[in-house]
Design a protein around this ligand. Structure first.
Ligand SMILES: O=C(O)CCC(=O)C(=O)O
Ligand SMILES: [Fe+2]
Length: 385
Protein backbone atom coordinates (compact mmCIF):
# COMPACT_ATOMS: atom_id res chain seq x y z
CA UNK A 1 0.00 0.00 0.00
CA UNK A 2 1.35 3.41 -0.86
CA UNK A 3 0.56 5.97 1.73
CA UNK A 4 0.18 9.50 0.48
CA UNK A 5 2.11 11.35 3.10
CA UNK A 6 0.64 14.69 3.81
CA UNK A 7 1.97 17.10 6.33
CA UNK A 8 -0.04 15.37 8.89
CA UNK A 9 -0.69 18.70 10.40
CA UNK A 10 -3.97 20.34 10.32
CA UNK A 11 -4.28 23.57 12.12
CA UNK A 12 -5.41 26.12 9.63
CA UNK A 13 -2.06 25.70 9.11
CA UNK A 14 -3.48 22.48 8.26
CA UNK A 15 -4.60 23.64 5.01
CA UNK A 16 -1.26 25.04 4.12
CA UNK A 17 0.17 21.68 4.18
CA UNK A 18 1.58 20.12 1.13
CA UNK A 19 1.07 16.50 0.40
CA UNK A 20 3.83 14.63 -1.27
CA UNK A 21 3.17 11.42 -3.02
CA UNK A 22 5.30 8.37 -3.37
CA UNK A 23 4.89 6.78 -6.72
CA UNK A 24 7.15 4.39 -8.49
CA UNK A 25 5.83 5.67 -11.80
CA UNK A 26 7.18 8.40 -13.96
CA UNK A 27 4.08 10.35 -13.18
CA UNK A 28 4.25 14.13 -13.39
CA UNK A 29 1.51 16.06 -11.67
CA UNK A 30 -0.08 18.71 -13.86
CA UNK A 31 0.69 22.38 -13.29
CA UNK A 32 -1.89 24.24 -11.36
CA UNK A 33 -3.62 27.55 -11.37
CA UNK A 34 -6.00 28.65 -8.63
CA UNK A 35 -9.23 26.76 -8.68
CA UNK A 36 -12.71 27.98 -7.84
CA UNK A 37 -13.46 24.64 -6.28
CA UNK A 38 -15.11 21.36 -7.07
CA UNK A 39 -18.68 22.46 -6.50
CA UNK A 40 -18.19 25.03 -9.21
CA UNK A 41 -16.71 22.38 -11.51
CA UNK A 42 -19.74 20.17 -10.97
CA UNK A 43 -22.07 23.08 -11.75
CA UNK A 44 -20.21 23.61 -15.01
CA UNK A 45 -21.31 20.13 -16.10
CA UNK A 46 -18.03 18.21 -16.32
CA UNK A 47 -18.34 14.51 -17.11
CA UNK A 48 -14.73 13.44 -16.59
CA UNK A 49 -12.18 14.28 -13.94
CA UNK A 50 -9.93 17.23 -14.85
CA UNK A 51 -6.25 16.26 -15.03
CA UNK A 52 -5.30 18.36 -12.02
CA UNK A 53 -7.36 16.03 -9.78
CA UNK A 54 -5.96 12.78 -11.15
CA UNK A 55 -3.66 11.09 -8.64
CA UNK A 56 -0.60 9.07 -9.67
CA UNK A 57 -1.65 5.43 -10.04
CA UNK A 58 0.00 4.30 -6.81
CA UNK A 59 -1.86 6.91 -4.77
CA UNK A 60 -5.33 6.24 -6.11
CA UNK A 61 -7.86 4.88 -3.64
CA UNK A 62 -8.20 1.51 -5.38
CA UNK A 63 -11.32 -0.54 -5.81
CA UNK A 64 -11.39 -2.68 -2.68
CA UNK A 65 -11.08 -0.99 0.66
CA UNK A 66 -10.46 -3.09 3.73
CA UNK A 67 -13.78 -4.16 5.28
CA UNK A 68 -15.44 -1.45 7.36
CA UNK A 69 -13.68 -0.63 10.59
CA UNK A 70 -15.71 -1.35 13.65
CA UNK A 71 -14.52 1.53 15.73
CA UNK A 72 -14.82 1.27 19.48
CA UNK A 73 -17.99 2.98 20.71
CA UNK A 74 -17.75 5.00 23.90
CA UNK A 75 -20.91 5.74 25.85
CA UNK A 76 -20.28 9.12 27.37
CA UNK A 77 -23.36 8.99 29.61
CA UNK A 78 -21.99 5.83 31.21
CA UNK A 79 -18.54 7.39 31.47
CA UNK A 80 -20.05 10.42 33.21
CA UNK A 81 -21.83 8.12 35.61
CA UNK A 82 -18.47 6.68 36.59
CA UNK A 83 -18.37 3.46 34.56
CA UNK A 84 -14.71 2.47 34.77
CA UNK A 85 -15.12 0.08 31.85
CA UNK A 86 -15.90 3.09 29.62
CA UNK A 87 -12.74 4.85 30.77
CA UNK A 88 -10.77 1.70 30.02
CA UNK A 89 -12.46 1.49 26.61
CA UNK A 90 -11.58 5.10 25.85
CA UNK A 91 -7.96 4.46 26.84
CA UNK A 92 -7.74 1.35 24.67
CA UNK A 93 -9.36 3.14 21.72
CA UNK A 94 -6.89 6.04 21.86
CA UNK A 95 -3.99 3.63 22.25
CA UNK A 96 -4.92 1.00 19.68
CA UNK A 97 -6.95 2.83 17.03
CA UNK A 98 -6.57 6.57 17.55
CA UNK A 99 -10.23 6.74 16.50
CA UNK A 100 -13.53 5.98 18.21
CA UNK A 101 -17.20 6.86 18.03
CA UNK A 102 -19.09 8.50 20.87
CA UNK A 103 -22.76 8.06 21.72
CA UNK A 104 -24.68 10.04 24.33
CA UNK A 105 -22.14 12.73 23.61
CA UNK A 106 -24.27 15.66 24.70
CA UNK A 107 -24.39 17.39 21.30
CA UNK A 108 -28.16 17.68 20.86
CA UNK A 109 -29.37 15.93 17.71
CA UNK A 110 -31.12 19.04 16.45
CA UNK A 111 -27.92 21.07 16.85
CA UNK A 112 -25.93 18.57 14.80
CA UNK A 113 -28.62 18.36 12.15
CA UNK A 114 -28.94 22.13 11.89
CA UNK A 115 -25.17 22.39 11.47
CA UNK A 116 -25.12 19.86 8.64
CA UNK A 117 -28.11 21.53 6.95
CA UNK A 118 -26.45 24.92 7.18
CA UNK A 119 -23.27 23.42 5.77
CA UNK A 120 -25.12 21.97 2.81
CA UNK A 121 -26.89 25.27 2.30
CA UNK A 122 -23.65 27.17 2.36
CA UNK A 123 -21.97 25.04 -0.22
CA UNK A 124 -24.76 24.00 -2.45
CA UNK A 125 -27.42 26.64 -2.49
CA UNK A 126 -25.47 29.83 -2.64
CA UNK A 127 -24.26 31.12 -5.98
CA UNK A 128 -20.48 30.98 -6.39
CA UNK A 129 -20.24 34.77 -6.09
CA UNK A 130 -21.59 34.60 -2.54
CA UNK A 131 -19.25 31.81 -1.52
CA UNK A 132 -16.34 33.48 -3.25
CA UNK A 133 -16.61 36.46 -0.88
CA UNK A 134 -14.87 34.26 1.65
CA UNK A 135 -12.15 32.95 -0.62
CA UNK A 136 -8.76 34.10 0.58
CA UNK A 137 -5.16 33.38 -0.20
CA UNK A 138 -4.37 34.17 3.44
CA UNK A 139 -4.25 30.84 5.13
CA UNK A 140 -4.32 32.54 8.53
CA UNK A 141 -7.68 34.16 7.87
CA UNK A 142 -10.17 33.21 10.57
CA UNK A 143 -12.93 32.70 8.02
CA UNK A 144 -11.96 31.15 4.75
CA UNK A 145 -13.61 29.36 1.90
CA UNK A 146 -11.25 27.15 -0.01
CA UNK A 147 -10.79 23.97 -1.96
CA UNK A 148 -8.51 20.91 -2.01
CA UNK A 149 -6.19 20.29 0.95
CA UNK A 150 -3.95 23.27 0.44
CA UNK A 151 -4.39 24.29 -3.11
CA UNK A 152 -1.30 26.47 -3.19
CA UNK A 153 0.93 23.50 -2.36
CA UNK A 154 -0.98 20.47 -3.52
CA UNK A 155 0.65 18.79 -6.50
CA UNK A 156 -2.68 17.21 -7.32
CA UNK A 157 -5.88 18.82 -6.10
CA UNK A 158 -8.32 17.05 -3.80
CA UNK A 159 -12.03 16.73 -4.53
CA UNK A 160 -13.14 18.91 -1.64
CA UNK A 161 -14.41 22.40 -0.89
CA UNK A 162 -14.35 23.73 2.66
CA UNK A 163 -15.33 26.60 4.87
CA UNK A 164 -12.93 27.20 7.73
CA UNK A 165 -14.17 28.91 10.88
CA UNK A 166 -11.33 29.59 13.32
CA UNK A 167 -11.95 30.46 16.97
CA UNK A 168 -8.57 31.42 18.37
CA UNK A 169 -9.81 31.50 21.96
CA UNK A 170 -12.89 29.45 22.60
CA UNK A 171 -13.94 31.77 25.44
CA UNK A 172 -14.40 34.47 22.80
CA UNK A 173 -16.71 32.62 20.48
CA UNK A 174 -19.36 35.35 20.66
CA UNK A 175 -16.84 37.90 19.42
CA UNK A 176 -16.03 35.98 16.24
CA UNK A 177 -19.48 34.77 15.22
CA UNK A 178 -20.41 38.13 13.62
CA UNK A 179 -17.51 37.65 11.16
CA UNK A 180 -18.93 34.33 9.91
CA UNK A 181 -20.89 34.22 6.65
CA UNK A 182 -24.31 35.85 6.97
CA UNK A 183 -25.71 33.73 4.17
CA UNK A 184 -27.33 31.39 4.34
CA UNK A 185 -29.09 33.23 7.13
CA UNK A 186 -29.28 29.96 9.03
CA UNK A 187 -25.51 29.45 9.23
CA UNK A 188 -24.36 31.52 12.21
CA UNK A 189 -26.73 30.36 14.97
CA UNK A 190 -26.37 26.61 14.33
CA UNK A 191 -22.63 26.88 13.73
CA UNK A 192 -22.21 28.78 17.01
CA UNK A 193 -24.35 26.28 18.93
CA UNK A 194 -22.48 23.40 17.37
CA UNK A 195 -19.09 24.99 18.15
CA UNK A 196 -20.12 25.43 21.78
CA UNK A 197 -21.39 21.85 22.05
CA UNK A 198 -18.09 20.56 20.63
CA UNK A 199 -16.17 22.65 23.16
CA UNK A 200 -18.05 20.97 26.00
CA UNK A 201 -17.51 17.54 24.51
CA UNK A 202 -13.82 18.23 23.95
CA UNK A 203 -13.47 19.32 27.59
CA UNK A 204 -15.15 16.16 28.85
CA UNK A 205 -13.10 13.88 26.65
CA UNK A 206 -9.85 15.59 27.64
CA UNK A 207 -10.73 15.22 31.30
CA UNK A 208 -11.28 11.52 30.73
CA UNK A 209 -8.14 11.12 28.63
CA UNK A 210 -5.96 12.81 31.26
CA UNK A 211 -7.40 10.55 33.91
CA UNK A 212 -6.89 7.47 31.78
CA UNK A 213 -3.30 8.50 31.09
CA UNK A 214 -2.61 9.14 34.75
CA UNK A 215 -1.74 12.80 34.19
CA UNK A 216 -2.37 14.36 37.57
CA UNK A 217 0.21 17.04 38.28
CA UNK A 218 -0.61 19.39 35.42
CA UNK A 219 -4.21 18.25 34.98
CA UNK A 220 -5.99 21.36 36.25
CA UNK A 221 -3.69 23.69 34.37
CA UNK A 222 -4.16 21.74 31.15
CA UNK A 223 -7.92 21.65 31.46
CA UNK A 224 -8.00 25.37 32.10
CA UNK A 225 -5.95 25.87 28.97
CA UNK A 226 -8.35 23.64 27.04
CA UNK A 227 -11.10 26.06 28.05
CA UNK A 228 -9.27 28.95 26.44
CA UNK A 229 -7.84 26.90 23.61
CA UNK A 230 -8.14 27.13 19.90
CA UNK A 231 -10.92 25.53 17.85
CA UNK A 232 -10.99 25.22 14.13
CA UNK A 233 -14.17 24.09 12.48
CA UNK A 234 -13.70 22.74 9.00
CA UNK A 235 -16.96 22.42 7.14
CA UNK A 236 -16.10 19.98 4.37
CA UNK A 237 -18.03 19.26 1.23
CA UNK A 238 -17.23 16.43 -1.19
CA UNK A 239 -19.53 16.63 -4.23
CA UNK A 240 -20.30 13.51 -6.27
CA UNK A 241 -17.29 12.96 -8.49
CA UNK A 242 -17.31 11.81 -12.14
CA UNK A 243 -14.31 9.46 -11.70
CA UNK A 244 -14.04 8.77 -7.96
CA UNK A 245 -11.51 5.96 -8.34
CA UNK A 246 -8.89 8.41 -9.65
CA UNK A 247 -8.90 10.91 -6.82
CA UNK A 248 -9.48 11.54 -3.10
CA UNK A 249 -11.56 14.01 -1.13
CA UNK A 250 -8.66 14.43 1.30
CA UNK A 251 -5.25 12.79 1.07
CA UNK A 252 -3.86 10.81 3.99
CA UNK A 253 -3.17 13.13 6.89
CA UNK A 254 -3.25 13.21 10.63
CA UNK A 255 -4.82 16.09 12.51
CA UNK A 256 -2.87 18.85 14.22
CA UNK A 257 -4.19 19.44 17.74
CA UNK A 258 -5.34 17.34 20.67
CA UNK A 259 -8.67 15.90 19.57
CA UNK A 260 -10.89 16.20 16.51
CA UNK A 261 -14.65 15.79 16.74
CA UNK A 262 -16.13 14.81 13.41
CA UNK A 263 -19.74 14.85 12.42
CA UNK A 264 -20.57 13.33 9.08
CA UNK A 265 -23.82 12.90 7.21
CA UNK A 266 -25.08 9.45 6.21
CA UNK A 267 -22.73 9.14 3.22
CA UNK A 268 -19.58 7.19 4.04
CA UNK A 269 -16.15 8.24 2.85
CA UNK A 270 -13.84 8.46 5.84
CA UNK A 271 -11.10 5.82 5.78
CA UNK A 272 -8.67 5.12 8.57
CA UNK A 273 -5.25 3.56 8.21
CA UNK A 274 -5.75 0.20 9.79
CA UNK A 275 -4.02 -3.15 9.68
CA UNK A 276 -1.85 -2.16 6.73
CA UNK A 277 -4.81 -0.99 4.62
CA UNK A 278 -7.60 1.54 4.65
CA UNK A 279 -10.78 0.78 6.55
CA UNK A 280 -14.01 2.65 5.83
CA UNK A 281 -15.66 4.19 8.88
CA UNK A 282 -19.38 3.60 8.46
CA UNK A 283 -21.33 6.47 10.01
CA UNK A 284 -23.17 5.32 13.12
CA UNK A 285 -26.49 7.16 13.43
CA UNK A 286 -26.41 9.70 16.23
CA UNK A 287 -22.73 9.20 17.00
CA UNK A 288 -19.76 11.49 16.45
CA UNK A 289 -16.34 10.24 15.44
CA UNK A 290 -13.43 11.39 17.58
CA UNK A 291 -9.76 11.04 16.77
CA UNK A 292 -6.51 11.66 18.58
CA UNK A 293 -4.48 14.50 17.06
CA UNK A 294 -0.70 14.97 16.86
CA UNK A 295 -0.61 17.01 20.08
CA UNK A 296 -2.27 14.32 22.14
CA UNK A 297 0.15 11.73 20.80
CA UNK A 298 2.98 14.06 21.84
CA UNK A 299 1.46 14.88 25.25
CA UNK A 300 0.96 11.17 25.94
CA UNK A 301 4.57 10.50 24.92
CA UNK A 302 3.36 8.04 22.31
CA UNK A 303 0.82 6.13 24.39
CA UNK A 304 -1.99 7.45 22.22
CA UNK A 305 -1.84 7.40 18.44
CA UNK A 306 -2.58 10.14 15.94
CA UNK A 307 -3.56 8.03 12.95
CA UNK A 308 -3.54 8.76 9.23
CA UNK A 309 -6.93 9.04 7.64
CA UNK A 310 -8.26 10.12 4.27
CA UNK A 311 -11.54 10.71 2.49
CA UNK A 312 -12.73 8.73 -0.49
CA UNK A 313 -15.36 10.25 -2.78
CA UNK A 314 -18.11 8.56 -4.76
CA UNK A 315 -19.94 9.04 -8.03
CA UNK A 316 -23.47 9.19 -6.68
CA UNK A 317 -23.89 11.44 -3.68
CA UNK A 318 -22.33 14.53 -2.21
CA UNK A 319 -21.01 14.17 1.32
CA UNK A 320 -20.78 16.82 4.02
CA UNK A 321 -18.75 16.63 7.23
CA UNK A 322 -17.80 19.06 9.96
CA UNK A 323 -14.47 18.51 11.69
CA UNK A 324 -13.89 20.47 14.88
CA UNK A 325 -10.19 20.48 15.71
CA UNK A 326 -9.27 21.42 19.26
CA UNK A 327 -5.87 22.42 20.54
CA UNK A 328 -4.32 24.65 23.19
CA UNK A 329 -3.55 28.27 22.32
CA UNK A 330 -1.43 28.61 19.19
CA UNK A 331 1.63 29.99 21.02
CA UNK A 332 1.54 27.27 23.69
CA UNK A 333 4.46 24.83 23.63
CA UNK A 334 3.35 21.25 23.94
CA UNK A 335 5.56 18.33 24.92
CA UNK A 336 5.27 14.97 26.66
CA UNK A 337 3.71 15.20 30.14
CA UNK A 338 6.48 14.87 32.76
CA UNK A 339 4.64 12.00 34.43
CA UNK A 340 4.76 9.96 31.26
CA UNK A 341 8.50 10.32 30.75
CA UNK A 342 10.81 7.94 32.48
CA UNK A 343 14.38 8.25 31.33
CA UNK A 344 15.05 4.56 31.80
CA UNK A 345 11.94 2.77 30.64
CA UNK A 346 10.03 5.32 28.66
CA UNK A 347 12.29 8.13 27.46
CA UNK A 348 10.89 11.28 25.95
CA UNK A 349 9.93 10.53 22.36
CA UNK A 350 9.00 13.97 20.99
CA UNK A 351 10.44 17.45 20.92
CA UNK A 352 8.33 20.27 22.28
CA UNK A 353 6.32 21.85 19.55
CA UNK A 354 4.11 24.82 18.82
CA UNK A 355 2.48 26.49 15.88
CA UNK A 356 5.74 28.20 14.87
CA UNK A 357 7.43 24.78 14.61
CA UNK A 358 4.56 23.58 12.50
CA UNK A 359 4.78 26.53 10.13
CA UNK A 360 8.55 26.12 9.85
CA UNK A 361 8.08 22.48 9.06
CA UNK A 362 5.59 23.26 6.32
CA UNK A 363 7.97 25.54 4.52
CA UNK A 364 10.95 23.21 4.90
CA UNK A 365 12.06 20.42 2.59
CA UNK A 366 11.29 18.03 5.44
CA UNK A 367 7.61 18.55 4.79
CA UNK A 368 7.97 16.66 1.55
CA UNK A 369 9.13 13.45 3.18
CA UNK A 370 7.70 13.12 6.66
CA UNK A 371 4.52 13.79 8.51
CA UNK A 372 4.70 16.62 11.03
CA UNK A 373 4.55 14.10 13.84
CA UNK A 374 7.52 12.24 12.42
CA UNK A 375 9.42 15.48 12.26
CA UNK A 376 8.90 15.93 16.02
CA UNK A 377 10.07 12.46 17.00
CA UNK A 378 13.29 12.10 18.92
CA UNK A 379 13.82 8.38 18.67
CA UNK A 380 13.63 6.67 15.32
CA UNK A 381 9.98 6.29 14.48
CA UNK A 382 8.56 2.86 15.06
CA UNK A 383 5.14 3.67 13.66
CA UNK A 384 3.93 4.70 10.27
CA UNK A 385 0.30 5.12 10.92
O1 LIG B 1 -14.74 14.23 6.23
C1 LIG B 1 -14.18 13.41 6.93
O2 LIG B 1 -14.67 12.33 7.22
C2 LIG B 1 -12.80 13.68 7.49
C3 LIG B 1 -12.41 15.12 7.47
C4 LIG B 1 -11.05 15.31 8.01
O3 LIG B 1 -10.29 14.40 8.17
C5 LIG B 1 -10.59 16.63 8.38
O4 LIG B 1 -11.28 17.63 8.11
O5 LIG B 1 -9.49 16.70 8.95
FE1 LIG C 1 -8.59 14.94 9.45
Amino acid sequence: MAIVKSTGGRAEAAKMSSSSSESADEYEPPRLSLSMGVRHLCDSGITSLPARYVLPPADRPGGNPTPPAVLPVIDLAALRAGATCQLAALHAACRDYGFFQVVNHGVPAHVGRAMLDAARGFFFDLPLADRARYMSADIRAAVRYGTSFNQLNDGVLSWRDFLKLLIRDTRRLDDVVPSWPDAPAELRPPAASYARACQRLFRELMEAALEALGIVRCRDELLEECDGGCQMMMVNCFPACPEPELTLGMPAHSDYGLLTILMQDEVSGLEVSYGGGWAVVEPLAGAVVVNVGDHLEILSNGRYRSVLHRVRVNGRRARVSVASLHSLAAERLIGPAAELVDERDRPRRYMDTDMAAFLAYLSSAEGKHKSFLHSRMISSPSTTH
